[in-house]
Design a protein around this ligand. Structure first.
Ligand code: UDP
Ligand code: MG
Length: 337
């Protein structure tokens, strides 16, 4: 690794992407060298079962700008991108997917906007080739509702592909939460943000790692990480049901006392019991989700574990996080300044 600080750090989470590593590297190098940008390429292997890590290690041996960070198992995309930000040393950091859905050719446009003074430059997809209509629709709904529930707005149709200035990266790696919804965290951080449009290409090779069920839970996870609106919704519905039940009880009592009407109540009683039981279970689940978040936060486990002979177990001080990987790798990041 060179000691000079590169202009750009390109960070790429990769999970079973062995066929995409070489083409990604080739296209990145072509674009960045054309633009005379100095860079480092950090590929975070998120516990792949294929030979992704070997592909990257081969590149690392040939090109000192490339660096492999390897997880001990699959920790997920958010953990892998967090690790990339922890390790990056560049003046700006570009996060992108390994599957070439985010074209490296867009990077010069991101850099141009950054040089104009924007600290976060999102790449916004105008078209999403090769993605089913249902995925586009669910993604649209997610962004609408996320922005409505959480105070901080993510621009619509923005994925993970973005450029972030060093100053913002420093704040990002200090954020202590264990449940990381990276997109939301950047919009929460603020600073001057802008978007650049691009055409999202189909995957170069391999399969998407996200099915609809996984996406549903991810969305719920994201919303509950950024807002307590679901808890308020539960309270609201609870209040409505309570008022309804109260009014019903008053009506039944009045009918019995004033008009002596006999009401065969078991059918209604059973139905409302099931309804209330269901509502309560759902609400318990929502509350449980938040308790689960508190639990993982209090456990204070690191966000990821590197499978690296030099890495020690990162600090588990959950209130003062400063890049798990940074504290675990000797010197590398301190020597360059
Ligand atoms: N990825 C990862 N860990 C995971 C799942 C995915 O690092 O557990 C990476 C994956 O290799 C890719 C990026 O995250 O570089 C986006 O994943 P994918 O292309 O499957 O998602 P999609 O583009 O279909 O939303
Ligand atoms: Mg993809």
């Amino acid at each position: 690794m060179t000691t000079a600080i590169p202009e750009l750090s390109i960070i790429v989470p990769a999970y079973n992407e062995s066929e995409n590593i070489a083409p990604l590297y080739a296209r990145l190098v072509t674009v960045l060298e054309q633009e005379n940008l100095t860079f480092e390429l950090i590929i975070v292997d998120d516990g792949s079962d294929d030979d992704t890590a070997k592909q990257v290690a081969d590149l690392e041996a040939r090109d000192q700008r490339v660096r492999l960070a390897r997880f001990s198992r699959n920790f997920g995309h958010e953990a892998a991108s967090t690790c990339g930000f922890d390790l990056a040393r560049g003046q700006a950091v570009v996060l992108m997917d390994a599957d070439l859905q985010d074209p490296p050719e867009v990077i010069p446009q991101l850099v141009a906007r950054w040089r104009e003074g924007f600290e976060v430059v999102y790449a916004r997809r105008t078209a999403r080739d090769g993605e089913p209509v249902l995925k586009k629709l669910t993604s649209y709904l997610f962004y609408r509702y996320f922005n409505r529930f959480s105070g901080s707005a993510i621009p619509a149709d923005v994925g993970d592909f973005r450029l972030v200035d060093r100053r913002v990266v420093e704040h990002f790696i200090q954020l202590p939460e264990r449940n990381r919804f990276v997109r939301g965290m950047f919009s929460w951080l603020g600073f001057r943000q802008t978007v650049v449009d691009f055409h999202r290409a189909p995957r170069h090779a391999g399969q998407t790692k996200y099915n609809y069920l996984k996406l549903f839970w991810l969305s719920f996870e994201a919303i509950s990480s950024f807002s307590i609106a679901p808890l308020r919704l539960c309270m609201g519905i609870g209040a409505i049901v309570t008022v309804f039940a109260f009014v019903m009880a008053v009506i039944i009592i009045l009918q019995r006392l004033l008009y002596s009407i006999e009401i065969p109540g078991y059918a209604l009683g059973t139905a409302s019991m099931f309804l209330l039981g269901g509502v309560q279970l759902i609400f318990l689940g929502v509350i449980g989700e938040y308790i689960g978040k508190i639990y993982t936060q209090v456990q204070g486990r690191p966000i990821y574990i590197l499978n690296d002979p030099h890495a020690q177990t990162p600090s588990n001080d959950n209130l003062t996080r400063k890049g798990d990987a940074r504290s675990s790798l000797p010197d590398e990041n301190n020597s360059s300044t």
